[in-house]
Write a protein that binds this ligand. Sequence first.
Ligand SMILES: O=C(CO)[C@H](O)[C@H](O)COP(=O)(O)O
Length: 236
Amino acid sequence: MKKRPAAEKAVDDYVRDGMTIGLGTGNAANMAIDRIAELVDEGYDLKFVATSLQTASYAQMHGLEISDIDQVDHIDVTIDGADEVDPDLNMIKGLGGALLREKIVASLTEKEIIVVDGFKVTDVLGKKVPLPVEVCRFAHSKTASALSSLGCEPLLRTNGDGKAFVSDGGNYIYDCRFKSISDPVALESAIDVIPGVVECGLFIGMAYAVEAYCEESDSVKELIFKDRTAGLREYP
Ligand SMILES: O=C(CO)[C@H](O)[C@H](O)COP(=O)(O)O
């Protein structure tokens, strides 16, 4: 969790005066918010949308005002974390419970910049972390049975008190342990057609760049998804 240099690089390289910025959820996102707040103090005029209530309150504590996402006409850059990233920059996200809003914001964003510790970059998704799937509370155990038929062990996420965790959208999350996810595109399609599934934590082709902090060399490696560079708005 020493990725602060990667979060600061993400902000310094991609955030420009006048932009609308998506704020992710989790430690990496909070580190980015710390740096963004400094830029605002220096006079940057930025608009913000948040991917969770938790992030909105962290940003507001830093004096940043959060806009209603339906009132902004575009999002230039979002800075967020991830739980696993593969060599094609496909990701598993959602261990922080914000996958639904994170995915909506990512889908509306021109450049989704991801900040991770280097150990989260892996050859195949699903080896290290379960795949979070957000489901409707109604008939959630039936939805979980359908998920298990895809070859995983779904576990209902709970809080410290043993009660089911409820997302900002009012849904439950099942953490689905697969041995590995060799075809994330096919798996996402198979999950998405299950009635009761609200969203799954596979983020495919959404990241523009990944800033990965390598502790051994105390350096940040940037991985860029070249296919996403076409037709983007230019800022000085
Ligand atoms: O997907 C997420 C929340 O839903 C987070 O981005 C992910 O869990 C990484 O968090 P962190 O930066 O704290 O390691």
